[in-house]
Design a protein around this ligand. Structure first.
Ligand code: NDP
Length: 293
């Protein structure tokens, strides 16, 4: 079994990005600039945003945090997004989810100009991905594809089973794994909460991608011997022995599943760090006007 080290892989990619940023600034161009909007004070979101800001700055980017209280109106957030859309000093904008109930995720995602949508959630980028046209690929699936490539995992002709069909992970992942590319060329099955007898499908997976959000749901009896297992899930589970009072758990029961696998990602230290790299790469593309002129 090979443990896929997302943390180490992310460090390698970060150093490549840093060199590219240094080359840009050496030519007198400004560093890529990401704006991150955070609404409310959800503990997990605070941590994700802090990590994104830090990784951006480590790579030589400019990063601006825009904070709002939970009570901010949707109108005010949309107004700010519109302002950033017109700000030529900012290349990319993301709004950290989840949002308060009175703010529509769809309205937020559609308000961000596709050229600044470095999360790749806008329907224009999602549609372009589906049609295999240049676009910002959602950061988590993009990071997973790079892990698969880095570890030289053979995907052609394999059966990839994805559990989860969200717009940010499961759906774009299914497009990337099924498209005619390397990595890619898988036969893909997408499962979800209404799938009957989930194990019947997961047991057929040469490559199993779990993006569910239910801690340790995938057990050894659901995984084929020799499978590649990519665990996207991150859930905070209360743990009084931990310093912060919680522990991060993936969707896969790691200890019992790992011995059956050819490759597996840990949680934490697997997909998470590569998600941030995907975001940085998209922001760099935005700064270079590589997707939209
Ligand atoms: P969503 O809640 O949007 O989607 C979860 C998906 O899992 C849905 O399609 C849902 O089905 C399906 N599902 C839920 N319960 C079951 C079940 N019992 N059996 C089968 N399918 C089920 O979550 P996200 O896609 O946003 O995130 C998934 C996980 O990945 C979360 O833990 C999240 O924190 C983590 N994540 C990690 C990232 C990283 O960088 N590592 C980045 C993004 C997310 P249905 O559609 O029918 O509701």
């Amino acid at each position: 079994m090979t443990l896929i080290d997302g943390k180490a892989t992310a460090e390698e990619y970060k150093s490549v990005i840093r060199q590219e940023v240094a080359a840009l600034t050496a030519r007198g161009l400004r560093a890529p600039h990401l704006a991150v909007m955070l609404i409310g004070n959800n503990g997990a979101s605070e941590t994700y945003v802090a990590n994104k800001m830090k990784t951006c700055r480590d790579a030589g980017f400019e990063a601006t945090l825009i904070r709002y209280e939970n009570t901010v109106s949707e109108r005010e957030v949309l107004h700010k997004i519109n302002e950033i859309n017109h700000n030529t000093e900012i290349d990319g904008l993301i709004v950290q989810s989840p949002f308060p109930n009175h703010i529509s995720p769809q309205k937020i995602n559609e308000a961000i100009h596709p050229a600044k949508d470095v999360d790749g959630f806008h329907p224009v980028n999602a549609g372009r991905l589906q049609q295999n046209k240049p676009c910002y690929i959602a950061a988590t699936p993009k990071g997973i594809m790079q892990l698969i490539e880095r570890y030289k995992i053979d995907t052609q002709g394999k059966h990839c089973v994805i559990v989860g069909r969200s717009n940010i992970v499961g759906m774009p992942m299914s497009i990337l794994m099924s498209r005619n590319a390397k990595p890619g060329n898988c036969t893909v099955t997408v499962c979800h909460s209404k799938t009957v007898n989930l194990a019947q499908y997961t047991l057929q997976a040469d490559i199993l991608i779990a993006a569910i959000g239910v801690p340790e749901m995938i057990t050894a009896s659901m995984v084929k011997e020799g499978a590649v297992v990519i665990d996207v899930g991150i859930t905070r589970v209360p743990d009084t022995s931990a310093r912060n009072g919680f522990r991060l758990k993936g969707d896969v029961k790691f200890d019992e599943v790992a011995p059956r696998c050819s490759f597996i990602t840990p949680v934490p230290g697997g997909v998470g760090p590569m998600t941030i790299i995907g975001l940085l790469q998209n922001t760099l593309l935005a700064a270079k006007h590589a997707i939209y002129n």
